[in-house]
Ligand binder design. Structure first.
Ligand code: SAJ
Length: 408
């Protein structure tokens, strides 16, 4: 079988190598020339456990090739970005998906399967994607088979979850769902769930929305507890002892390309009904400003020197998309604070080492709970600092004799 994976990003690359490892001839298609060049040499362009070895091996044995143009294949998997539009409700921007669909039209043959993995707003496949093929004279469900099969993998565990998670296959017709399922059966060991395209679209957006709302409630709790001088993390720990309560952890906000975006896709489709979803987004978006206010309460107005730990959207990834840590650092700099940044997962010549960033600092600000930060020697850190104050927005730093530690 031949597969063409459109988009060599956080989902496209692991998907491509996984199929290649299972005996499928895979071509990865990517417009960025530098990415094509590096991947073709077997060099990883994303950070993800196990990915370097998998790319190197499949490129070397010839099962995985990377190109800037599509090729003729039995199946096309579309894993390109779906940002939001710059409109009132941040609706789903299908521009890259539509472009990818049009670019494969010259290569598609009778019986080809087209699968959209990119997260898209409910009803997009039926209303916007199927018509691209129909207008080219291809009857969906007879000439070609079209399905939406959302990726639902957890960054940091992608290669494992691609195989072991259950997989939702939303066909435009039942035959489309069957044809897409036949492709995934080559790699997926979890359950394969057949449904319609719009149920698959809505369930994917809703999974992330559900998590976003659950984070919003603990972020709101953090603000309430600050107002009332109550320890938020202790409240959550004790409330979670109830057998039917499972609260998440507050933080500097919600980032990444999933939770911080997908809820808007639902809101834009039904803005009058999606009230709670919009409010949750507002609460989570307000957290960077809340962190800045807390910083000001702790060390006073600028000028002051802050050592900021972490810029990625969550721990142990190199992804800074929609990162609330970046927003916090931006706001602090805007207010005149001198911010020294440390993030061992991000390659930036301006970033400093863990102890170097703390030199003369008035505050150590923990924004991401990377493993490296969990192993900090706090005595050594405190020795470097001017004022021995640490604010932990992720709730992972243990109490210390050397620093005054604050959390939510
Ligand atoms: N976060 C908190 N508190 C928490 C948990 C997370 O503030 O208790 C924050 C993180 O720091 C981060 C953001 O939320 O900024 C999102 O992180 P995450 O770990 O919750 O999720 P993602 O974005 O890495 O992956 C999610 C997953 N979705 C769900 O758990 C419902 C994953 O399974 C999806 O495949 C992925 O979105 C996706 O691609 O849609």
């Amino acid at each position: 079988m031949k597969l063409c994976v459109m988009g060599m990003g956080y989902i496209g690359i692991p998907t491509a190598v996984l199929f290649a490892q299972r005996g499928v001839q895979v071509t990865g298609v990517e417009p960025r020339e530098d990415v094509v060049e590096r991947l073709s040499k077997g060099i990883a362009t994303i950070e993800e456990p196990g990915i370097e070895e998998a790319i190197a091996q499949t490129i070397k044995d010839g099962s995985f090739k990377v190109s800037s143009t599509p090729v003729e294949a039995d199946g096309y998997i579309i894993a390109v970005p779906t940002p939001f539009c710059d409109d009132e409700y941040k609706s789903c921007d299908l521009h890259f998906v539509e472009q990818a669909c049009r670019s494969i039209l010259p290569y598609i043959k009778q019986g080809s399967v087209v699968i959209v993995e990119s997260t898209i707003a409910p009803t997009s496949t039926d209303l916007h994607i199927a018509p691209i093929f129909e207008q080219a004279g291809l009857k969906v469900g007879e000439d070609i088979f079209l399905a939406h099969c959302p990726e639902r993998v957890f960054p940091g565990k992608i290669l494992y979850e691609l195989v072991h998670n259950n997989r939702v296959i939303g066909g435009v017709t039942p035959k489309c769902a069957e044809a897409a399922a036949a492709i995934y059966r080559r790699v997926v060991e979890g359950e394969i769930i057949l449904t319609t395209a719009k149920i698959a679209e809505m369930s994917k957006c809703m999974e992330n929305t559900y998590r976003d709302i659950n984070i919003a409630i603990v972020n709101e709790l953090a603000k309430i507890c600050y107002e009332l001088d109550i320890d938020t993390l202790e409240v959550i720990r004790i409330a979670n002892m109830h057998p039917r309560v499972n609260m998440l952890t507050p933080g500097p906000g919600v980032g990444g390309h999933c939770l911080a975006i997908d809820p808007y896709f639902i809101c834009a489709k039904a803005p009058k009904q999606a009230k709670l979803i919009q409010l949750a987004r507002e609460i989570n978006n307000s957290m960077p400003a809340f962190v800045c206010q807390r910083v000001k309460d702790l060390i006073g107005e600028a000028p002051a020197k802050i050592a900021a730990y972490g810029v990625t959207f969550k721990a142990n990834v190199d992804d800074v998309r929609e990162s609330p840590a970046v927003e916090v650092i931006h706001l602090l700099s805007e207010q005149g604070y001198e911010v020294h940044i440390c993030d061992p997962h991000v390659n930036n010549p301006d970033f400093l080492g863990i102890y170097e960033a703390a030199e003369d600092a008035d505050l150590a600000l923990m924004l991401v709970d990377h493993t490296e930060f969990q192993q900090i020697d706090y005595k050594k850190l405190a020795e470097k600092m001017h004022r021995k104050v640490l604010f932990d927005t992720k709730g992972f730093v243990p109490q210390s004799d050397f620093l005054k530690i604050y959390h939510y």
